[in-house]
Design a protein. Structure first.
Length: 562
């Protein structure tokens, strides 16, 4: 089957829906398809809890927000993109307010803002601790008002169609029938989120398997800075459910087994509100040195909210209280929450410029899937939902302008080659794709976690190569056509193995510590040799790496102190 639109957007989270709205507003004549593995309101963006950063108050400034972001990124962020981002963000907050997003308010009716890690001003706008949920529902309702946007829910992208370095569309499986569909388009936007399910202990939904990144990578688009994965300090044990940074923004403490607020040793000024890489390393150090609390699920750190009182917790952190009670049997009004660092965010992604344009004509990427490089080596909390809004809009507008300038040139792709690749998985195989995924997660958790070294990374690379060989012998025994999750799982794991290899080799190559990438054998930042972005290109033998400079407009690298 072939379906033709002017623009195809893959992913229906914050970035994807914002892109669709922006494109629709450029021209009513454009036909826009938004293709997603899930229904939009079940996307992973609803899991964003704490807030969205924007300069909204006297005393704050664009320069201050930009400086906090660049410093938090350990100076790997492209500063032109950061400056553009912070200036564009306030209008997005006001737009969502106008569209009905129920922002939390101050007593005098202004949009409320809370402190967040690494920010030197209270600039995180929020809707209690369900910010992403409300942003998604606001955008979804708005998107439904545009007749030129068509949703294709429960379609799984398998490939990009690129001819002569120009995008022609995508192929996707309709999940209810397992039929392969060619979505032809003049422009394509990838907004499929990150790749956090490479790790076992993670905050990510099970759908966030890096499909968009891997599909772009296999099609020849470089991936940027994939060695940088963020580990959020506070994942609930044993589930990994996010205990939002807003817990600390509202005044929560991190305590070790001695009852100490140990962050005083690591970040005496910012304490629990230092950037996430600093807090996560500090927590892991406490655990490794024997000052964690004990549990059947391993050692942990206590997140103490008891001093905040029931009224404040119910007003500002109701979801956190509910999740802690349901999934850990702990009421944070009465006792601390058991937490430890958890895989949370992909700083790297599909290489783009600050206008979301990839090296392929007509192909764009936005949100966590893209890497415009405002996060560098470490993202500040509440900058990710903000990025989705700003760069989702930019991608939508740019794609719309491009599509309006182009005529249709139908793809010569007949789907036969992609059908052969996908349906060849319906075979008898000696290997279990589920076992391969389990071993991959274990490998990543053990060797590419918060503290890395050469031996561990080499072990991971060796294991990933072994798993890639074994993957050639997997088979899908379920021959059903309707919602065949065995088939989609097998495809996802193949993509994840490619991405894991990029992460591991990129981490091995980068012989320094910067942001979330910490090498115990190279514990210092090395600006002379490594103040540069990693680009990984696909080859059948494995990734090929190149490096490009970081854009510096105002701020030269200095030592980070918090």
């Amino acid at each position: 089957m072939r379906i033709r639109n002017d623009i195809v957007i893959v992913g229906a989270g914050l970035a994807g829906m914002r892109a669709a709205i922006a494109a629709a507003e450029v021209s009513k004549q454009l036909s826009i398809a938004i293709v997603s593995k899930t229904y939009p309101i079940r996307c992973h963006s609803v899991c964003a809890e704490g807030g969205t950063a924007a300069v909204m108050r006297e005393g704050d400034s664009f320069d201050l927000h930009a400086w906090d972001t660049v410093k938090g990124a350990d100076f790997l962020a492209d500063q032109d993109a950061v400056e553009f981002f912070v200036k564009e963000m306030p209008r997005e907050i006001l737009l969502l307010d106008n569209w009905g997003c129920p922002w939390s308010r101050t007593e005098d009716g202004k949009i409320a803002q809370r402190p967040f890690g690494g920010h030197s001003f209270n600039r995180t706008v929020f809707a209690a601790d369900r910010t992403g949920f409300h942003e998604v529902h606001t955008l979804y309702e708005r998107m439904l008002s545009y007749p030129n946007i068509t949703r294709f829910d429960e379609y799984f992208m398998t490939n990009l169609v690129i001819e002569n370095n120009e995008v022609k569309g995508i192929t996707a499986i309709e999940l209810k029938s397992s039929e392969l569909v060619l979505f032809e388009a003049k422009a394509v936007i990838i907004a499929t989120g990150g790749a956090g399910r490479l790790f076992g202990f993670t905050t990510y939904s099970h759908t966030v398997t890096g499909d968009g990144l891997a599909v772009a990578y296999r099609a020849g688009v470089p991936l940027k800075d994939m060695e940088f994965f963020q580990f959020h300090p506070t994942g609930l044990i044993p589930s990994g459910i996010l205990m939002t940074e807003a817990c600390r923004g509202e005044g929560g403490y991190l305590l070790n087994s001695k009852g100490e607020r140990f962050m005083e040793r690591y970040a005496p000024e910012r304490m629990e509100l230092a950037p996430r890489d600093v807090v996560a390393r500090s927590m892991w150090t406490e655990i490794l040195e024997g000052r964690g609390l004990k549990s059947p699920y391993g050692d942990y750190i206590a997140l103490d909210l008891t001093h905040l009182g029931e009224e404040k917790i119910n007003e500002r952190l109701p979801l956190i209280r509910d999740a802690a009670i349901k999934f850990a049997g702990v009421d944070p009004v009465e006792e601390p929450i058991p937490v430890k660092p958890v895989a949370h965010y992909t700083m790297g992604g599909i290489h783009t410029n600050m206008y979301c344009e990839t090296p392929v004509r007509g192909l764009y990427a936005a949100g966590e899937a893209g890497c415009v490089s405002i996060h560098g080596a470490n993202r500040l909390g509440s900058n990710s939902t903000a990025e989705c809004l700003v760069f989702g809009r930019v991608a939508g507008e740019r794609a719309a302008e491009y599509a309006l300038s182009k005529s249709y040139y139908p793809s010569v792709d007949s789907l036969e080659e992609e059908e052969k690749r996908i349906y060849s998985l319906f075979r008898e195989g000696d290997e279990s794709v589920y076992q391969i995924k389990t071993e991959l997660n274990k490998t990543m958790d053990e060797n590419l976690w918060i503290f890395r070294d050469e031996q561990g990374i080499m072990n991971a690379i060796k294991k990933i190569k072994e798993l890639k060989e074994r993957y050639k012998n997997v088979g899908v025994s379920d021959r059903g056509k309707s919602f065949n999750t065995d088939l989609t799982y097998a495809i996802e794991v193949g993509y994840m193995l490619d991405l894991a290899e990029v992460v591991a080799i990129g981490a091995l190559n980068r012989k320094e510590s910067r942001g979330a990438h910490f090498r115990t054998d190279y514990p210092k930042r090395d600006d002379e040799n490594w103040l540069k972005h990693t680009l990984a290109y696909y080859t059948p033998e494995g990734p090929k790496f190149e490096y490009i400079p970081v854009t510096i407009t105002k701020w030269e690298p200095v030592e980070r102190k918090y």
